[in-house]
Design a protein around this ligand. Structure first.
Ligand code: 1Q0
Length: 215
């Protein structure tokens, strides 16, 4: 995992991995999903150590999923759909409180899935923002509308403090590595629907199986 901490972030790369996520049958490939998140971790790390507690949690969750993918039942984890089916059929998911299966693939992915909604909302705000918009405001609005309701007070507080030291919009666009601001906006216009599609497919799957509140 060390390599994903050093490399330079590129929004295009993240975009490409999310593009590869969805199969023709509208299934989501776990490998690509995890790759997408690796790219986002690179971005987080480039923002500085204040975001370390967030990236640590994401890296940890990525690792749990990678271990399943590389494990003896890896073939069951090719898509999110097959993972959920396999884990439910084999009673590998703690449904109401954490117990024998505290780190199922399904509950781990649910945390990233909720964060993906934050990302979708944040990027859409960023896309339609103006030069004088504050990234910290865009970010916390998106957070309050999504992830915040799943976080206890202490995490919300820490997140709020981290948002305050986010770089301004110009520096933020710079780190995305796609060129001048109008190009960033264009790429965001491509990225948001892609992320939204992955989010919607996952949300429907989790709703269908009643998994949206996994502990
Ligand atoms: C750019 C600024 C980043 C702001 C991130 C906003 C989210 C803040 C969340 C902070 C909480 C993290 C600490 C751990 C919380 C866990 O308790 C929680 C639940 O897990 P568990 O096992 O205890 O039940 N974990 C989570 O909810 C997962 C949270 C993941 C947050 C992922 C944020 C990833 C950010 C990536 C940077 C993307 C920048 C966008 C621009 C790039 C353009 C494509």
């Amino acid at each position: 995992m060390a390599d994903c901490e050093d490399q330079k972030f590129s929004l295009m790369e993240v975009l490409d991995t999310f593009k590869l996520c969805v199969s023709e049958q509208k299934e989501v490939y776990l490998q690509n999903y995890v790759e997408g998140w690796r790219g986002l971790v690179k971005f987080l790390n480039s923002l500085g150590s204040v975001f370390g507690f967030i990236s640590k949690d994401v890296v940890n969750k990525i690792q749990i999923l990678v271990n399943y993918l590389n494990g003896e039942n890896g073939s069951q984890y090719i898509t999110i759909q097959s993972m959920v089916k396999y884990e439910l059929d084999n009673e590998l998911v703690d449904m109401t409180k954490r117990g024998r299966q505290p780190e199922s693939g399904s509950r781990t992915l649910l945390r990233l899935h909720r964060a993906l909604r934050w990302l979708e909302l944040f990027l859409e705000r960023l896309r339609t923002s103006t030069e004088d918009s504050k990234t910290s405001v865009l970010c916390s609005e998106a957070y309050n509308e999504s992830l915040a309701k799943h976080h206890p007070w202490v995490v919300r507080k820490a997140a709020g403090m981290a948002f305050c030291v986010l770089p301004g919009r110009p520096a933020f666009f710079e780190v995305m590595n796609v060129g001048p601001p109008d190009q960033v906006v264009a790429v965001l216009g491509e990225a948001v629907p892609l992320i939204s599609e992955v989010y919607t497919i996952t949300e429907e799957l989790y709703t269908q199986h009643n998994l949206l509140d996994l502990p």
